[in-house]
Design a protein around this ligand. Structure first.
Ligand SMILES: Cc1cc2nc3c(=O)[nH]c(=O)nc-3n(C[C@H](O)[C@H](O)[C@H](O)COP(=O)(O)O)c2cc1C
Length: 438
């Protein structure tokens, strides 16, 4: 696990960066000391902003001793002192903010734009990413008002490290305890180490399996869960892209800040792709779309009669093929699942579907394929470069695939020698269809 985590973090990008650590008044405030310590150890400059109530749980002196920096608690300087625009100074200087723990009160304030102390006012002025780590008693965490606030904040694109389940400080057991400090630390370092090299780019990703109904209760599908596509959506979002994710049925929660469309059938997926394709610069087809669908769907449940059932099937639309006609200068990434002649077949698909990069895997290899958290892939690009990877977590692989996309963008920019902005060089030349902004 540790290796997987490390590979998503570029340590050189972390040292000397400015992180604002917001601490609010929950019992888990003492765990924020560990977080501050962990960040300082990585060379991060940590500016702690505490609410008045947080300072009842942990002394600001603890944080200033751990960080070696001033701890901020008050909005206003003392009577008669020159005013300090501390909230604006902090907001300007901060590269990433984390609130841990975030009380129910802080969630309510942030969701409603309330700015009545230094922490809430500073957060309102931030332009950098913010990670919110709530912690509270289960009764509070499951209160519909708190749930609504969390939903709204996630909808605004804030990152969350959701609370864990377990024994709470008040003695009750349930969901609401602060997520493990290691998880929060990892997420913070991961976000901090991401360069925003996809800023200005729109990426469209398909994920999961489609379902083709035989009757109201049966369907043809495959075991894809959407893990790879969801990991790609998260990696692209962390690097500054605007992400639209279209997925077949799945229990996965879409990453924050991603425009999400849920579909069921191959035709629905094709229609959703066609609607969103107009404004994308990069299209990643990670969905395992069913190749066949029943010619007829029975209105009623098919009765068990006799020992055989004949089902007539027809082909579903080939989404990659359809959009390749509108490709222009876009970058297309496809996946190939092959059980024999992996590289030869993948190369063939790359050419046939006019792809820029293909990620091929054989589901029969241990640790590869459907419904597992890992994969073993080979990536082939248009120039014929073949890269074979060992077994890797799908999340790690997602970063590597996005790295390859960024390489392709860089090559194009170099070739173009154009004064245009990077995303203008990549965008589709021949596409006038309006974007779907739902
Ligand atoms: C002993 C104690 C523990 C508390 N723990 C939490 C907590 O874990 N989460 C929470 O949301 N509120 C907790 N509260 C309530 C908050 O302190 C209270 O809502 C306060 O107004 C929060 O202020 P702040 O958000 O400005 O820091 C606790 C209160 C007490 C007295």
């Amino acid at each position: 696990m540790e290796n997987t985590r490390d590979s998503a973090i570029d340590k050189e990008r972390i040292s000397g960066r400015r992180v604002l650590l917001g601490v609010s008044g929950g019992i888990a405030a003492y765990k924020a000391c560990e977080l501050a310590r962990g960040l300082v150890k990585e060379g991060v400059l940590v500016d702690v902003v505490m609410t008045e109530n947080a300072a009842r749980f942990v002394s600001p002196v603890t944080f200033s001793s751990l960080t070696g920096r001033e701890v901020h608690t008050a909005m206003f300087a003392g009577d008669g002192a020159l005013p300090r625009y501390r909230h604006l100074d902090l907001a300007r200087e901060t590269e990433l903010a984390v609130i841990a723990p975030a009380t129910a009160n802080v969630l309510g304030k942030l969701a409603n734009g309330v700015a009545d102390d230094l922490l809430s006012t500073t957060v309102l002025a931030l332009k950098c990413p913010l990670i919110i780590c709530p912690a509270m008693n289960t009764r509070m965490w499951t209160n519909p008002v708190v749930e609504r606030n969390v939903r709204e904040l996630k909808g605004f694109g804030y990152h969350f490290v959701d609370p864990a389940e377990g024994e709470l400080a008040c003695g009750e057991v349930g969901a609401g305890r602060l997520a493990p400090v290691d998880d929060i630390l990892f997420r913070t370092l991961e976000l901090l180490s991401q360069s925003q090299d996809l800023d200005g780019f729109n990426i469209l990703i398909t994920a999961g399996a489609t379902r083709e109904a035989l009757d109201p209760v049966r369907f043809i599908s495959n075991p894809a869960t959407g893990k790879m596509g969801f990991a790609l959506a998260e990696a692209a979002r962390l690097r500054g892209a605007k992400v639209a994710l279209i997925s077949g049925p799945t229990s996965l929660v879409p990453p924050t800040g991603v425009r999400f469309h849920r579909v069921t059938t191959a035709v629905e997926m094709m229609e959703a792709v066609e609607r969103s394709y107009g404004d994308c610069h990069i299209f990643v087809s990670a969905a395992a779309v069913s190749d066949f669908t029943p010619v007829r769907k029975s209105e009623d449940k098919i009765k068990k009669a006799g020992s055989e059932l004949q089902v007539e099937l027809k082909s579903t639309p080939d989404i990659l093929h359809l959009v390749s006609e509108r490709k222009g200068r876009r970058i297309h990434v496809g996946f190939a699942l092959e059980t024999r002649d992996l590289e030869r077949n993948a190369q063939g698909k790359l050419e046939e579907k006019d792809l820029d990069l293909i990620v091929a895997n054989d589901p029969n290899v241990e640790g590869a394929g459907f419904a597992v958290d890992t994969n073993v892939v080979t990536m082939i690009d248009r120039g014929g470069t073949v890269e074979r990877y060992p077994k890797l977590a799908k999340r790690t692989l997602a970063y590597l695939i996005i790295d390859r996309v960024v390489d392709i963008i860089k090559e194009r920019i170099k070739e173009a020698r154009s004064p245009l902005k990077p995303h203008e060089i990549i965008e589709g030349a021949d596409d006038t269809k309006p974007a779907d902004d739902k």
